[in-house]
Write a protein that binds this ligand. Structure first.
Ligand SMILES: *[C@@H]1O[C@H](CO)[C@@H](O)[C@H](O)[C@H]1NC(C)=O
Ligand SMILES: *[C@@H]1O[C@H](CO)[C@@H](O)[C@H](O)[C@H]1NC(C)=O
Ligand SMILES: *[C@@H]1O[C@H](CO)[C@@H](O)[C@H](O)[C@H]1NC(C)=O
Ligand SMILES: *[C@@H]1O[C@H](CO)[C@@H](O)[C@H](O)[C@H]1NC(C)=O
Length: 272
């Protein structure tokens, strides 16, 4: 099923060391990480299965920016999911994933964990969690600065921009970015669901995540770390430049809302 050609991981890592601009945008900074609280059943088997998952996923990440694997035999079977957010290049995606699985592997001897980075997400468990989109660990993390000159205007702009991305993402393979500038205030938003959840669950996840993140206002930065999705708003442009034509669909929808200000919603996705 998999295409025969793929860039070896080593080559990607060498290329990345030659292109500092790409690495600067890898967004491989960890926002938060949680380990499960259940000890693994059989350390040898769980670690072996986790390492096998990692390898399977690494191959898929290089091609798609997304990967799942479920290897081993229950109760030691390990299910893993990793996904880069939609604005990352495949090179940055591999760098982010490298960081993600190295951090999450520190969860052992617990039998799983999840990690949110600024560019990607990874989760491993000993059961199939792929359809989950909500859970008790869902939360927002707020920035600690408030730099808007006009907090009310900034809040209005962020709410509109978040709403545009939240509306657009579920029907765009779960990913949308949006940005807007109004009278000296700017808002940049990224909304991304994991590819294993369907449209309606993606919409539900982003609806909850956006409410949580908007609770950070008037702070300049808010992130929601949810079981099925990730959302971030900021007053600074953290989004990567829109990549040129990807070899596949490469759809770039352009959508304007006519409220107080035009909001740009650009939707593109990593080729499946
Ligand atoms: C743990 O798993 C390893 C590898 O699958 C197996 O060889 C070993 O017998 C298992 N140990 C126990 C106590 O089940
Ligand atoms: C997950 O692992 C725990 C022990 O670490 C075990 O009790 C539980 O049955 C496992 N779950 C599944 C679905 O295998
Ligand atoms: C604000 O956050 C930054 C980075 O998140 C951190 O380095 C800094 O210490 C924080 N400042 C305060 C006052 O908490
Ligand atoms: C979406 O997925 C969930 C979980 O798998 C399922 O319960 C629900 O019926 C699905 N919704 C639609 C519209 O397919």
């Amino acid at each position: 099923m998999e295409p025969p050609k793929k860039l070896p991981l080593l080559l990607l890592l060498i290329l990345s060391s030659l292109t500092p601009l790409a690495t600067a945008d890898a967004r491989a900074h960890t926002i938060d990480t949680f380990c499960t609280t259940t000890l693994e059943h059989n350390r040898t088997a769980v670690v072996t299965n986790f390492i096998s998952d990692e390898g399977r996923i690494a191959e898929q990440m290089q091609l798609n920016g997304f990967g799942v694997a479920a290897l081993g035999v229950s109760p030691d079977m390990i299910y893993s999911l990793a996904q880069c957010y939609g604005d990352l290049s495949l090179l940055d995606c591999v760098l982010c994933y490298t960081e993600a699985h190295s951090v999450i592997s520190k969860c052992f001897p617990f039998n799983g964990g999840r990690i949110y980075l600024d560019g990607c997400y990874m989760r491993s468990e000993n059961y199939s969690f792929f359809n989950e989109f909500t859970g008790p660990q869902d939360k927002a993390i707020c920035g600690n600065t408030t730099t808007a000159q006009d907090g009310v205007r900034f809040a209005t702009l962020v709410k509109q921009t978040v709403s545009s991305a939240v509306v657009a993402a579920p029907s765009s393979e779960g990913y949308a970015r949006a940005s807007a500038t109004m009278q000296g205030e700017s808002a940049y938003v990224l909304a991304n669901c994991w590819r294993t959840i369907n449209r309606s669950d993606c919409a539900a996840c982003l609806s909850d995540a956006s409410k949580a993140a908007l609770g950070c206002l008037p702070r300049s930065e808010g992130r929601a770390l949810y079981t099925g999705c990730f959302l971030r708003y900021s007053n600074t442009n953290f989004l990567n430049a829109i990549p040129g034509n990807r070899h596949s669909k490469g759809n770039n929808n352009y959508h304007r809302t006519h409220l107080l200000t035009p909001i740009r919603v650009l939707i593109s996705w990593i080729a499946p």
